[in-house]
Design a protein around this ligand. Structure first.
Ligand SMILES: [Zn+2]
Ligand SMILES: [Zn+2]
Length: 754
């Protein structure tokens, strides 16, 4: 530190008038006269090599040159050292180099790169002369510091004083136009570029390509790319991204292939763009090849590339591959944690069967726990994903913990999180908590209102749903078609035909919303619930509706329960023409024909099932107790001998005394035998409920998830069990949530019951 040269520290603006009066560089620096506390501190923050280098300037009797400052300023840029720049600036002033345009320009650039645009501008204004590099440095600074509008006004100033932009300057202005989405100004600049015939220049072409891409003009972007004479990796990357961002993913991949064919090696940015295109296109094969390529060219450990590959795997349901990459990342950003949690959350709805869906959900919760331990703070995206997972797992306890955490971290007031909470409580069968969470929301959006209306409707609370709908209209929120699904399904469950039709009219005439299949389904469902099966068919005819699978299933279920078998068979034939995707539907049809003894139809349906590759339906139920998952298959021997069997038998006996009768004809058909096998007594949810009764405290709710729809017999039985045990029993089957309490079910004893 002994050789530290003197510097002037502080506000550079004070220096301007004195600049020329300062001593010439040949004056030796005085060793004793340097130190203010500020410069000490500033100096101490610099690296050792830097301090050494700095001390060498003017050390001893050597004359210093202005260029000696350049590496020091570069170090300030590299270390983003604000105090360093100020120290050096002071030094330069004292040393009398303020006339050196090259050095002063570099100083403007350094201030800008360190984010100090005010200082950069002040210095710029104080300069006695400027060249195009000085102007461009200032403009580029504004662009990099997210102030594109200032960059453009500097550009205009420059033109006003007769400055002549270089290619690089024009590139910067085009970038500023991109950030502002200002295609008009961009086109003016483009005109200028055409006039001076510099479209072929790569930096210009790249900037034009990005500008047009950002402004949603893919053709112009491609044009700009094609005019570049010597396309570099940035040009290729720009046009690939342009295709991806403007909805032409396939072309993006083609261009990428062409780029490789021309021998241009992609960089991290190219790979990230291509992987994002693969993600959009769900092009897993291509993505896997890009993954290998990235390893081959040494980008395998690049964080952005790794993240992109991970998203691709997540998006395509390759969870274990994604997990492998995830576990290999050393510094996991919140975005990556969120992607991983959201990826698992999404799998809970995409998984092939309920059981694996359940395990994806559990895995998502585990990752969330790891995130909490990592010290990073979850944000609203994390919370809303985790709450979705809790909903699909019917994991009320975990949901409550997340609720408490959102309260602590201040995210509870966020409308997205609030809405996710409403949904979570609703799907976990706790309508009171859902409504409380809704009331506590500080702001409500259309989505939150709609969620709550649908929640009331799903719980069979028609009056509350309709009241809330009126409240929503009263505060001036305009309902959308999903809101009306809630309203119509509330009316349908309560059997309120007149109101339903009135709301249906309101939707079409007042809100100009065209009805969609879900609205028709609500109304058909309503007629069927009221036993008005012919009215349901009439309604379909009147509205020129072409029913979908779901509507035909409602009609079939309705026709069957009212013994209108011919109508049922008619609906069944219509449904078969649609080639239903749902294996449960095939089994429903098979059951219908079997119980009517229509063997020709039975074998026809069987053949269709083979053709459509419909698997056997697997009746699974599972229950989670103290974070451990227990699964049950119908009538498994293990359970027969256990306490579960005993308690079930006891419940059956007591249920019969309360008037419960077994309905055997509702059994699920086994592929091998021509008759209904598995006795309803053995259906998996009964076993799971019995297990829950045995292993939880007396007041606890029982929450079971089932892979297929409940049958009518189990539905009746569980209703009685809810009386016998005074417990709330929640069963989420593949179609809906059933909340049994005191002999009633929230579904109103209707809906897809086979
Ligand atoms: Zn059953
Ligand atoms: Zn029910």
């Amino acid at each position: 530190m002994a050789s530290l040269p003197p510097v002037v520290v502080g506000n550079t603006s004070k220096l301007n008038p004195e600049v020329k009066k300062l001593p010439s560089p040949s004056v030796p620096f005085e060793k004793k006269n340097y130190s203010t506390k500020e410069s000490d501190r500033a100096f101490a923050s610099l690296s050792l090599e830097f301090r050494e280098a700095f001390s060498l300037i003017g050390g001893g009797d050597r004359k210093i040159e202005s260029s000696s400052y350049v590496p020091l300023l570069q170090e300030c840029i590299d270390t983003n050292s604000v105090s360093g720049v100020e120290s050096i600036h002071g030094h330069i002033v004292k040393a009398g180099f303020c006339q050196e345009l090259f050095l002063m320009t570099f100083l403007v650039n350094t201030y800008a790169k360190c984010g100090m645009m005010e200082s950069a501008r002040r210095l710029f204004d104080s300069l006695p002369k400027r060249n195009v590099v000085t102007w461009t440095s200032l403009m580029s600074g504004y662009v990099h510091n997210s102030r594109p509008e200032s960059a453009i006004s500097v550009f205009k100033e420059m033109l006003d004083v007769g400055g002549y932009p270089t290619n690089y300057t024009l590139g910067i202005v085009l970038n500023a136009c991109s950030s502002l989405f200002d295609i008009e100004l961009g086109k003016q600049i483009h005109g200028y570029i055409v006039k001076y015939d510099i479209e072929y220049d790569a930096s210009i072409g790249n900037a034009l390509c990005s500008l047009y891409s950002k402004c949603r003009s893919l053709d112009m972007a491609i044009n700009a790319f094609q005019r570049i004479e010597e396309k570099n990796v940035i040009s290729w990357t720009a046009v690939i991204s342009a295709c991806g961002e403007n909805g032409n993913s396939a072309m993006g991949l083609d261009v990428f292939v062409q780029m490789l064919a021309e021998g241009v090696q992609p960089n991290e940015v190219t790979l990230t763009s291509v992987l994002s295109i693969c993600c959009t296109m769900q092009a897993l094969d291509m993505g896997t090849q890009v993954h290998s390529l990235s390893i081959k060219i040494g980008c395998g450990s690049d964080l952005a590339v790794t993240n992109s590959i991970m998203y691709l795997y997540l998006k395509n349901g390759c969870i274990s591959e994604a997990k492998k990459l995830f576990d290999g990342i050393t510094t996991i950003s919140l975005v990556t944690w969120n992607a991983m949690i959201a990826g698992h959350a999404e799998m809970t709805s995409l998984a092939e069967d309920g059981l694996s869906a359940y395990f994806y959900g559990i895995e998502a919760l585990k990752i969330f726990q790891r995130l909490n331990r990592s010290g990073l703070r979850p944000d609203l995206y994390t919370f809303s994903s985790v709450l979705t997972v809790c909903s699909s797992l019917v994991a009320l306890e975990q949901g409550e913990q997340v609720h408490a955490q959102t309260l602590k971290t201040g995210f509870l007031s966020d409308v997205v999180v609030g809405t996710a909470l409403v949904n979570m409580y609703n799907k976990c069968g706790s309508i009171n908590r859902a409504s409380k969470a809704f009331v506590e929301m500080s702001t409500r959006t259309l989505i939150s209102w709609t969620s709550m209306i649908n929640a009331f409707a799903q719980h069979g609370l028609a009056q509350q749903a309709l009241q809330l709908f009126e409240d929503m209209r009263f505060v001036g929120v305009r309902p959308n078609k999903i809101t009306f699904v809630g309203v119509l399904s509330a009316c349908s469950q309560a059997g309120m035909i007149d109101q339903a039709l009135a709301y249906y009219d309101m939707m079409i005439n007042e809100y100009k919303i065209n009805p969609v299949m879900d609205h028709y389904a609500c109304l058909v469902d309503m007629f069927v619930r009221l036993g008005q099966i012919y009215e349901a068919f009439d309604f379909i005819k009147k509205t020129d509706l072409v029913p979908n699978e779901f509507i035909w299933s409602i009609l079939i279920a309705g026709s069957r329960s009212q013994g209108k078998l011919e109508l049922g068979f008619y609906a069944a034939e219509q449904l078969l023409e649609l080639k239903p995707k749902d294996s449960e539907t095939y089994f429903l049809l098979l059951n219908m024909y079997l119980s009517a003894g229509r063997w020709k139809d039975v074998s026809r349906v069987r053949k269709m099932m083979r053709d459509e590759k419909v698997d056997k339906i697997t009746d699974w139920s599972w229950i989670s107790i103290r974070n451990k998952v227990y699964t049950f298959k119908p009538g498994s021997k293990k359970n027969q001998a256990s306490e579960v069997a005993k308690i079930l038998e006891d419940l059956h006996d007591r249920a019969r005394r309360l008037g419960y009768q077994v309905e055997t004809n509702m059994a699920i058909v086994d592929e091998e035998k021509e008759e209904a096998t598995a006795l309803p007594a053995d259906h998996s949810e009964k076993l799971a409920v019995a297990f829950g009764l045995l292993n939880t405290s007396n007041e606890a709710q029982i929450r079971v998830i089932k892979s297929i729809s409940m049958c009518r017999d189990c539905h009746n039985f569980i209703k009685v069990v809810s009386i016998l045990t005074s417990r709330t029993i929640i069963i989420r089957d593949s179609k809906r949530l059933h909340k049994f309490f005191n002999g009633q079910c929230s579904c109103g004893d209707f809906g897809g019951l086979v």
